[in-house]
Design a protein. Structure first.
Length: 484
């Protein structure tokens, strides 16, 4: 079948594109494979020390594109992920919200795939796709039958070099994004995402970290077509991106395709990331506000965490497990089981993602909802008592070993689900931020080096009250109805 997209293709000869329409058998097969692979890890197992090893192949093209392969032949499916190192924190002043806006714009059409064709290409072959924006990256992924890999690589390269946006499409997506913010944030109880969307605005001092993730509505509305092209030409470059392929791939063949479709794309002058460092917090911050849409009080509190990949960072990862994760955690036992102050509590390091897919700094955030008969200060008193215990009495070795097992189980379960998508994201982040995707295979060794003494030291430094920001949200008092 000839290429139905363009006879004048400048993409080093586009591969054959076949649309299967609504082929439900293929879609059912894909979903079945996803469920099967969801219980398998994409790793090799060594029984000697029960160590999992993620297969990693790492390449760099001459134009700076970072390329990571992780073969897994369990099923004829691949995940393709392209991540760009532009998140909300790198947005320039006056252009807040552009990272998220561009997540939408990248589906508006490219040189050889007009608007709607990229989606039709993926869905028409039984695949899945999505995009996501975070503080430090914007990512796009496709989960597809393995025989579609070359075509999807071609399609991703097409929109890396040839995004096509008209004024009408820009105006449409501005409206979509603004309405999304109004619907999902402004007009939702608690702002819906208060624990990760609102908390950074109070906890951080540096504007890059504290400005609104979704951006100022006026900035989004004021965006021009020229602004869009400038942003794209600045940040959507091969030397500002990582391409990851996980699944049933032939490495030699796939690398040939990557070079064929991405190798000729020109590198660009990407500006240095802004300084995102934070001063040491020396005083507890407390914010109280009311919410007219809320029907129960909400409480969130957050602490600054150690720098990534320091010994204290890994110790804090275990503190997260000890205090927060799971029903056996100390805070769950104290707040939910013992005192009945809340039905549950949630949170974690980099609560919008995980403790690995960010590029410093981040917060350890806990949030919960509670009855109005339970004062927020009473909850915080119990929290402080549990933290004080950790800061006085070292964790026993048996609890530390249990915590390591707990973390290890959660970690490998995480990278083994979503048909390789979670794994692809970590590999992309380690390539983008650290130039070291193989870092994924040293994570557990670093956690094993954590001692009770290091946990005690880390808790004393980072779980101090002066390192904490508290957000208390109360329902707005209802007006009394007057009259005879």
């Amino acid at each position: 079948m000839s290429d139905p997209v363009s006879k004048n293709c400048k993409m080093r000869h586009a591969p054959v594109i076949t649309y299967l329409g609504s082929n439900m058998k293929l879609k059912c097969l894909l979903w079945t494979m996803m469920m099967l692979l969801g219980i398998l890890t994409p790793c090799n197992f060594s029984s000697a020390e029960a160590v999992y090893e993620v297969p990693i192949e790492y390449y760099k093209l001459d134009n700076g594109l970072k390329v990571v392969f992780s073969p897994n032949h369990s099923a004829p499916i691949v995940t393709v992920a392209v991540y760009y190192m532009i998140g909300s924190r790198a947005e320039p002043r006056g252009r807040t919200g552009f990272a998220h806006l561009f997540e939408h714009m990248m589906f508006q059409g490219s040189t050889h795939l007009p608007k709607g064709e990229f989606v039709r290409l993926i869905e028409g072959n039984g695949g899945l796709y999505n995009g996501l924006t975070r503080f430090d990256f914007t990512g796009y992924h496709e989960i597809i039958p393995a025989h579609m890999l070359e075509t999807v690589l071609w399609a991703e390269a097409d929109r890396m070099q040839g995004l096509k946006v008209t004024q009408a499409e820009l105006t449409n997506q501005q409206d979509v994004v603004i309405n999304e913010i109004k619907l999902q944030v402004i007009n939702q109880p608690y702002g819906q995402f208060f624990y990760w969307l609102e908390m950074p605005q109070y906890a951080y001092e540096n504007w890059s970290n504290s400005h609104s993730f979704y951006g100022d509505l006026d900035d989004i509305a004021a965006a021009t077509l020229e602004d869009v092209h400038r942003f794209y030409d600045t940040y959507y470059a091969p030397n500002n991106a990582a391409l990851v392929v996980v699944g049933d791939l032939d490495s030699e063949e796939t690398l040939t395709w990557v070079k064929k479709y991405f190798g000729h794309l020109p590198a660009k002058e990407v500006p240095a990331l802004p300084d995102m460092s934070e001063p040491r917090q020396r005083k507890e911050k407390r914010i109280n506000r009311t919410d007219k849409l809320a029907n129960r009080p909400a409480l969130a509190f957050a602490y600054h965490v150690p720098e990534r990949f320091t010994p204290e960072y890994f110790a804090f990862g275990l503190l997260d497990q000890i205090l927060l994760q799971g029903e056996d955690s100390r805070l769950y036992q104290a707040l939910v089981k013992k005192n009945g102050m809340a039905g549950s509590l949630k949170g974690g390091i980099n609560v919008i993602g995980n403790m690995f897919n960010y590029n410093d700094p981040t917060l350890w955030t806990i949030y919960l909802f509670h009855d109005s008969t339970v004062p927020a200060d009473a909850i915080l008193k119990v929290v402080d008592e549990e933290i004080e215990r950790l800061c006085i009495t070292p964790v026993e070795q048996a609890e530390l070993e249990h915590t390591l097992v707990k973390f290890r189980s959660a970690f490998y379960e995480g990278i083994g689900r979503s048909l390789g998508l979670s794994l692809a994201e970590l590999l992309a982040c380690f390539a983008l931020f650290d130039d070291e995707p193989d870092r994924i295979n040293s994570i557990m060794e670093n956690f094993k080096k954590v001692t009770p003494g290091l946990i005690l030291k880390t808790a004393r430094e980072y779980l101090r009250a002066t390192n904490r920001t508290i957000l208390i949200i109360e329902p707005e008092p209802k007006g009394q109805v007057g009259g005879e």
